[in-house]
Design a protein around this ligand. Structure first.
Ligand code: SF4
Length: 339
């Protein structure tokens, strides 16, 4: 397997906040996260709203430093502002409508990236590269799109421009924060195919953040599941989906509609199913032990007091669940449903 290009090692992010009573509290948005991204591979980061997925993506994009732990690029810890890092690691936001300045044409967005990151002075060369970039994201004829303003484009076309702008700096890693969730259902599959093409052609490492297990299964090699700021399970996608080793993952998979029905709007279905088990915990004052224990049908006494350690399985799958440490993993597989 290729060497990691980007890693999070034991990364936590805590945000101080003022509560309604005026006291200062701490939001534990991400706790002790490990993640490895390798060239040419796609990892899906899956979890419900507020699970810490976006905070982790922003930590990886160096929007802010971790409270503890470290981010490594090509094995080296990243410190301070490193211009090369901001070129190598690009973040694509969920909202294609807010990602482009409405006052600037497509040409300006791409041209600026080429000038700033590559210092290309020759206008003709920048023009050639801009056409090439738009063709790579299937906006053709490219010349027709260069002079358009964002409001003249559909959501899917805007997201393609955002991706083209990210590609302009020749990144090594793309972080996609729910990149298809605000797009029309009819073009989501096209966008997933585009991301897949880019990882194949450029050997990009891609982190795909989503609510949606079905799209993760379609696109990704590996799946990592987050719950209440912690990673609870991960591994090769087929293994995680066929035999989830954590009760929360089992819930996610059971709440996901049949992929044969296509990529319809599953976000609401996901949240509805999760709501059946009650509210996710507060990240200001999370439950002791396993954070899933108030909602878990399999909870043991130890789950209420001790954070479950990581258990590695021979197939590359791993999980943080006391069932495995206590010789009770069969409880999960024996249960017809986690709910
Ligand atoms: Fe459930 Fe305990 Fe496993 Fe947490 S550690 S998921 S509470 S069985």
């Amino acid at each position: 397997m290729s060497q990691p290009v980007l890693e999070a090692r034991a990364v936590s992010k805590h945000f101080p906040v003022r509560t309604g009573t005026g006291r200062t509290a701490v939001v534990r948005a991400v706790e002790d996260a490990d993640l490895v991204l390798r060239p040419g591979r796609i990892v899906a980061l899956v979890g419900e709203s507020g699970s810490g997925k976006t905070t982790l993506a922003r930590l990886l994009a160096r929007f802010y430093p971790p409270t503890t732990g470290e981010i490594r690029l090509r094995g080296e810890p990243v410190q301070g502002k490193d211009r090369a890092y901001y070129r190598d690691v690009q973040l694509i936001f969920q909202d294609p409508f807010g990602s482009l300045n409405p006052l600037h044409r497509v040409r300006y967005n791409l041209d600026r990236a080429l000038r700033l990151h590559h210092g290309i002075r020759a206008k003709a060369e920048r023009e050639r590269r801009m056409v090439e970039l738009l063709e790579r994201v299937s906006l053709t004829p490219a010349e027709q799109y260069l002079d358009k303003f964002p409001h003249e484009l559909s959501g899917g076309q805007r997201q393609r421009v955002v991706i083209a702008r990210a590609l302009a700096v020749e990144p090594k890693v793309l972080l996609g924060d729910e990149p298809i969730s605000m797009l029309d259902v009819s073009i989501r599959l096209e966008m997933l195919n585009l991301l897949d093409k880019l990882r194949t052609e450029d050997g990009l490492a891609l982190l795909y953040i989503t609510h949606d297990i079905a799209s993760a299964r379609y696109l990704c090699d590996d799946i990592v599941v987050m719950y209440a700021g912690r990673m609870v399970e991960g591994g090769p996608k087929e293994d995680v989906i066929a035999a989830p080793q954590h009760p929360y993952t089992k819930l996610l998979i059971e709440s996901s509609p049949d992929p044969e029905r296509g990529l319809d709007d599953r976000d609401a279905l996901f949240d509805e199913a999760a709501d059946d088990l009650g509210e996710p915990p507060s990240l200001i004052d999370p439950p002791a032990g396993c954070q899933f224990h108030p909602r878990c049908p399999f909870a043991l006494d130890v789950c209420r007091t001790e954070v479950p350690p990581r258990t590695e399985l021979p197939n590359g799958q791993w999980t943080h669940c006391w069932l495995h440490q206590e010789g009770r993993a069969g409880d999960l597989t024996a249960a017809g449903a986690a709910r």
